[in-house]
Structures are given as C-alpha cells and as structure tokens.
Design a protein around this ligand. Structure first.
Ligand code: TLP
Length: 345
C-alpha cells in the first residue's frame, strides 16, 4: 500500500522517524494506576493547550465521544446533534448500545446546527419525554466535507444550551484543521464546550490515540467509563510519545493539506463545474460528485486503484478524497491526472 497515493482518509499516515524514536525511548508506567509519566504529561499538555483543567488519553475518537457523552448524560437522556454526526452514523450505534442515550438529530444547514434550532428542541424531560442532557457539535464536520463550525454559531449554541442547564460536547476529531483553516486557536471552540475530544491519529499523523479534555470532575467520570469500555491501557506511554510528537509538529503543517485539497478540488471543478462545491472545501477533504460523469463510487475507485490511487468507493455517487501528511503536492498532481482519466476516460 505504500506505493499508492492514499486518499482514503487522513488516518492512513505512517509514524515519522521522530515518532518512532520517541516511542522507542518513551518512559512508561502502568497508566491504569495513573503512573505513566508520558501519558500524564501529554494529558496535561493537551488540557493546557485547550484551556481545560484535565485531559484523558483514549485509544480512539469513538471512545472519546463515548466517554464524554456518557459522563454528561444518564441512560434515557437525549443528545441533540446534527443529522450527519459521526457518532450517529459511523460508531456502531455506540451511543445507544453502550450509553443508552437517545439521539435527537437536527438537519443542519451545510451540517451546521444553529442556536435557534437548538433552542427549539431542548426539553427538560417529563414522564413522557427524554431529558435533553447534551448538545453535540462536530468540528470539522466530516460528512459535510470537513467544514469548520463557525465560532460565533458555536458560541451561540453553547449559550442556549448552558442557559438551560444542558451540557455541550464537541467532537473535535479534526479541531486543529479548524484552527489551521481559520487562524483561531482550537481553545476558542473548547471554551464553548464542557468536553471536547480530538484525534492524534488523523491529520496530526500519529499512529494511534485521541484525547478528551474537560473539567477534572467530568473527566473523573469519563475515566470510569473508559475502564468500563475496556479502554484502560497499561504502558501506553509508547503510544502517547508519538501523540506528543504529533501535537508538537503536526499542527503547523495542516495548512499544506488544505492547500493540496483545494488544488485537487479546483482541478476536478475544471473537469465539470458540478463535480465539487468549492465553497465547501475548507480543510483537507474534497467531496466529489460523480453524477456529471455518470459513474459510481466502486467503478471510479477500481479504475483509480489500477492507476495507483486509493479511495474509498462507497456505493452511490459521492466520493470523499482526503489529503494528509503522506500525500505531497506532487502526488496531488498525479492523483488529479488519474482522476481525470477515471472520470472522463
Ligand atoms: N473518521 C474516520 C472513519 O469514520 C472512516 C475517517 O476516516 O474520517 N469523529 C469524527 C468526526 C471522525 O471523522 C472519526 C473517524 C471519529 C470521530 C472516530 O475516530 P476513530 O476512528 O479514532 O474511532
């Protein structure tokens, strides 16, 4: 797979030599006993960066969402979210299966839910209704093409929720892409939220790991849920060491991925103006509309693979292309040419 230009996801990056070195040299301890110094220092570093009291290292973004939502809500409560939220569609129904929560999906405008919408659905809970316990936002929003959740709207949503005693969670798997796209520090969004989770294993380029940040009190409960889900890890400093390198070196280069995504999108728009909505390409994702080319995802994906480009080829007529550290500007030129052959050939 290393010979391919891999546009399936930004999760596919290989650890850098600096990450491998840090992993090999990491000081470790048993993190279930709280004595892994590499994990402890990463948690403190991340909490500080995002302006929160505490951090909790978790293996995946999916577990990050669960330990946050589980700490903020009780079984039978409702979590308000956008209809395309990642945890609703791509995390195996975990919010229902593991936490016993009811999701209240709202149709977002380009996947952005508004304070006005949220205000209209919050309910205190009666013998009939579930109690709205959490409002969740996703930033950047994966299924909306990696769009940034506008900070003013995030603040307004948080205010409406907090005014009614409802907690706020942000699935910030790619929060640093939002930072890179806007120049606003990620902590501005974190300020809106009671809990936020972000991933080291996406654009930041680490092999494994996500972080949850929030107050010490909430994270104490998240910690308990992490153990319950089987996420209590032992000498996990070997992984945290790579995550630390990712956080220190991965953020500043995200702008390159965004520039590559834009150039790829512009090339596709030249093939057909309907191919891509350029306004939606804000970060490192391009959603390609295959309808003008009269092709399906699996067909295009198969043709691209023969030409050295890996993509996810889901059934249907939309294909996601994701840029990341292991895709160079030169690779983008080659991928653009391969796409042109696959779509028009
Ligand atoms: N997204 C992955 C997979 O769903 C395919 C991807 O390739 O984009 N929140 C958001 C917004 C995400 O995009 C993802 C992963 C997660 C949570 C879950 O993270 P993991 O995969 O670490 O559980």
């Amino acid at each position: 797979m290393t010979d391919f230009i891999d546009l399936r996801s930004d999760t596919v990056t290989r650890p850098t030599p600096a990450m491998r070195k840090a992993m090999a040299e990491a000081e470790v301890g048993d993190d279930v006993f709280g004595d892994d110094p590499t994990v402890n220092s990463l948690q403190e570093f991340a909490a500080d960066l995002l302006g929160k009291e505490a951090g909790l290292f978790v293996p995946t973004g999916s577990m990050g969402n669960q330990v946050c939502l589980g700490a903020l809500a009780r079984p039978g409560d409702e979590v308000v979210c956008e209809a395309g939220a990642h945890f609703l569609h791509y995390e195996g129904g975990s919010v229902a299966a593991h936490l016993g929560l009811v999701a209240r999906p709202l149709p977002g405008d380009g996947a952005i839910i508004t304070a006005h919408q949220v205000a209209g659905v919050i309910r205190p809970g009666t013998e009939h209704n579930p109690r709205t316990a959490v409002v969740a936002m996703e930033n950047t929003h994966n299924s909306a093409g990696g769009r940034v959740f506008p900070i003013d709207e995030a603040r307004a949503v948080a205010k409406v929720a907090h005014d009614q005693g409802v907690a706020v969670h942000i699935d910030g798997a790619r929060i640093f892409n939002a930072q890179a796209a806007t120049g606003l520090p990620a902590r501005e969004w974190a300020d809106c939220a009671d809990t936020l989770t972000f991933c080291f294993s996406k654009g930041l380029g680490a092999p494994i790991g996500s972080m949850v940040v929030g107050s010490a009190e909430i994270l104490k409960e998240s910690h308990r849920i992490r153990k319950r889900l089987g996420g209590g890890m032992r000498q996990v400093g070997v992984i945290a060491a790579a995550a630390q390198v990712a956080l220190e070196t991965g953020v500043d280069r995200l702008a390159e991925d965004h520039a590559n995504a834009r150039r790829l999108a512009e090339g596709l728009a030249e093939l057909d103006p309907q191919a891509v909505d350029l306004d939606l390409v804000e970060t490192n994702m391009v959603y390609l509309n295959l309808v003008p080319f009269n092709r399906t995802g699996p067909e295009v994906s198969a043709a691209l693979k023969v030409d050295g480009v890996l993509t996810l080829g889901p059934p249907g007529t939309t294909m996601r292309l994701v840029t990341h550290r292991d895709v160079s500007a030169e690779n983008i030129t080659s991928a653009g040419a391969a796409l042109s052959r696959a779509l028009l050939g």
